[in-house]
Design a protein around this ligand. Structure first.
Ligand SMILES: [Zn+2]
Length: 496
């Protein structure tokens, strides 16, 4: 094969979709958390100009209609009345809203149920094929970049890049690192189980260890996930909602790792030029994780002013994953959780707005994370934009959290996450003004998706020459098979 990046097995087609783009690189590989993958191919990429679209600007606001000229997948010019270019296709985008594609900084594409029994009885192959569906649903919903927060391994990322399945740009942490018996240890014990069963991240050949028994073994575990091809290292630096009180003033057990141990793990990852994301809830855990060098805090619910200040001082991003806690609170109302869990779930939901307020007041950068890990939630990732707005961000802040802030966290903020000259066109088209952002709870909110300037979900306005073979065209037909999480299907071991 001449082109090492070309997908094998012939051109894209219905059963061989358009190959997804890697994270585009600029400058030194591996710098600042960016993923060292090669530039995508530009051959065969049609040039076009979107005419008179409302475009999201760097302040997070939609302005008066402008033209956007896209050449070889990169935005070449933006402005009113751009000159006609006969070598490019003109697209009538009047009455459409164009914004950067969403970067979902925390999702689990390999998980599609909360039910431990279903997890235990679904063959691994079934789980991985379901992951392909989750990736496709995410990109068609407008997620053009996705940071998997545990479960997806390097093979899934590389298969995506090879064009085996459609999906967003993907980075992986392979498995989250946990302390034995603490949050993220997916073992289940009980009558009928021959031994501790790993439901969250089942063992398979090549999967690195994810539970650390002696805290001093954390750097070894870090090297294990890096050896397995992780782009990020994820460490569970506190309990979750159902394993430790999430709010300030709670009597949380000792943190699973000390600040010194976490600092050592960050240093180990840094030797391989890989950043660390840390799951942390509660003021003490968030402050410890931020001080230890986490690049992002996952969840962060219950953070206080000290933690907020520590995050802001170090430029640590908060990925609050509100959707997951709202789901948990809804589950608490169904009577399937024990009383203590209901209390914590409700206390956490009540703390979401305050968490956002404290982070916002401290000047902490907030990025979107859906924590999608149920088949009914994959493809609903953008509802998190609505939840961020409802929890206290202004509409421009919520839109920037969903786009530019996530791109910056992922180390690609100078080429993705904005609609600006010189940026790669990862973008979505809406048919209406998102205004108060309630639109994003609707599954049909996004009508067109571009990744690297290529239509992966073709808006009906796009002329045929801009619709690659295998790329679906948006239609009003409702998506089939959507189900909601069933009552009784949760596990405290797998909860956020
Ligand atoms: Zn998660």
């Amino acid at each position: 094969m001449n082109d090492p990046l070309a997908p094998s097995g012939g051109p894209p087609g219905p059963d061989r979709p358009v190959p997804p783009a890697p994270w585009p690189t600029r400058g030194a590989a591996g710098d600042g958390g960016q993923v060292a993958q090669p530039e995508r191919r530009t051959a065969g990429l049609a040039d076009f100009t979107l005419r008179e679209a409302h475009v999201l600007d760097r302040r997070g606001r939609f302005g008066a209609p402008v033209d956007v000229a896209v050449r070889a997948g990169v935005i070449q010019a933006i402005g009113p009345g751009l000159a006609l270019d006969r070598s490019a296709v003109d697209v009538d985008a009047r009455g459409l809203w164009l914004m950067p594609g969403v970067v979902d900084c925390h999702a689990h594409v390999t998980q599609s149920t909360y039910d431990p029994l279903e997890l235990m009885t679904t063959p691994l192959s079934g789980r991985y094929l379901a992951s392909a569906g989750a990736l496709r649903a995410a990109v068609h919903a407008g997620v053009t970049g996705l940071r998997d927060a545990g479960g997806a391994d390097a093979g899934l990322r590389d298969a995506l890049f090879a064009g085996v399945v459609p999906g967003p740009r993907l980075t992986v942490c392979v498995v989250p690192l946990s302390r034995t018996g603490r949050h993220g240890d997916g073992a289940l014990l009980g009558p009928g189980l021959e031994s501790a069963q790993e439901v969250l991240g089942p063992e398979y050949p090549g999967r690195p260890a994810h539970t650390v028994t002696a805290a001093g073994d954390l750097p070894t575990a870090v090297r294990g996930v890096l050896r397995a091809g992780a782009d990020w290292v994820l460490i569970h630096a506190s309990g979750g909602v159902l394993s430790a009180p999430p709010v300030r003033g709670g009597s949380a057990p000792d943190l699973p790792f000390t600040r010194a141990q976490l600092t050592e793990a960050v240093a180990e990852a840094a030797r391989y030029r890989r950043p660390v994301m840390m799951h942390a809830l509660g003021d003490r855990a968030v402050e410890t994780a931020a001080a230890a060098g986490a690049r992002s805090i996952e969840h962060g619910i219950g953070l206080g002013e000290r933690a907020g200040a520590a995050m802001a001082a170090r430029g640590v991003t908060l990925v609050p994953t509100l959707s997951a806690y709202l789901d948990l609170a809804a589950l608490a109302g169904t009577g399937v959780l024990p009383g203590w869990a209901v209390e914590r779930a409700e206390a956490t939901a009540a703390a979401l707005a305050e968490t956002i307020a404290v982070a916002r007041a401290a000047g902490v950068s907030i990025a979107l994370g859906s924590d999608a890990r149920h088949h009914s939630r994959h493809g609903g990732n953008l509802a998190e934009i609505t939840h961020l707005r409802r929890a206290g961000l202004t509409p421009p802040e919520a839109l920037l959290a969903a786009t530019a802030n996530g791109a910056r966290l992922c180390g690609v903020g100078d080429r993705l996450g904005r609609i600006e000259t010189g940026y790669v066109l990862d973008a979505i088209l809406l048919d209406e003004d998102p205004a108060d952002l309630e639109l994003f709870t609707r599954p049909d909110a996004v009508r067109g998706v571009f990744v690297g300037g290529r239509a992966v979900l073709a808006h009906p306005r796009l002329p045929a020459e801009l619709v690659p073979p295998g790329s679906p065209v948006w239609s009003a037909a409702p998506a089939a098979g959507a189900r909601t999480p069933a009552a009784g299907q949760t596990s405290h071991r797998t909860s956020p």
